[in-house]
Design a protein around this ligand. Sequence first.
Ligand SMILES: NC(=O)c1ccc[n+]([C@@H]2O[C@H](COP(=O)([O-])OP(=O)(O)OC[C@H]3O[C@@H](n4cnc5c(N)ncnc54)[C@H](O)[C@@H]3O)[C@@H](O)[C@H]2O)c1
Length: 210
Amino acid sequence: MIAGYGWCGKGAAMRAKGLGAKVIVTEVDPVKAIEAVMDGFTVMKMEDAAPLGDFFVTVTGCSRVITENSFLKMHEGAILSNAGHFDVEVDMAGLKKLAVRSFEARQNITGYTLPNGVTVYVIAEGRLVNLAAGDGHPAEIMDMSFAIQARSAEWLIANRDTVTSVLNNVPRAVDEAVARQKLASMQIEIDTLTDEQRAYLYGDEKHAVL
Ligand SMILES: NC(=O)c1ccc[n+]([C@@H]2O[C@H](COP(=O)([O-])OP(=O)(O)OC[C@H]3O[C@@H](n4cnc5c(N)ncnc54)[C@H](O)[C@@H]3O)[C@@H](O)[C@H]2O)c1
């Protein structure tokens, strides 16, 4: 069960499906929810997914996505994890208060026995599971993240006289430069628009950088 079908949730759902899992997605955004449906996933409310899920992953950036209501509907042995942020997506404070017993089931996996006798298991205390219980991000991902950050900082300095103090999207040119470098490092070549094609697609739009 994946909560949140954003950038990270989509990736998690896709990988889980690739491993043979039947994936259920929960969402609050109707557009993301319909995307998940069109991508072939089962979409439902968390309270309906709670009794069905064997393995829960939250990836929302939100708080208290899985709470007491849901914990009490889970089956014996359900495993909970969070790949979103902090330890609030799985309501750890609520779970600790609710549980009648907790114990270390395996290293970094805690069992919580609920008043109904069911024990659920939480990986890495509900903190970012890939960082707290795995090897973190692979280098193939971090190199692009760091490149985007470095080039964005460079862009901010170059445009310091004109940039406004609001949240700015990473400029398309920065994204594109990093993508091109990454493709080149992987010896992958792509096609290039001809002048005719560029005019056909963009007319004389100034922002078109392809
Ligand atoms: N573990 C990691 O390595 C890693 C990497 C990148 C980002 N993150 C974190 O993952 C989280 C999600 O990042 P993203 O880039 O996918 O964000 P995103 O905004 O693209 O996706 C979040 C999705 O969660 C949905 N959502 C919000 N509240 C919800 C709720 N209560 N129930 C169900 N769905 C809900 C939103 O509608 C949205 O579609 C963030 O907290 C981010 O910091 C983790």
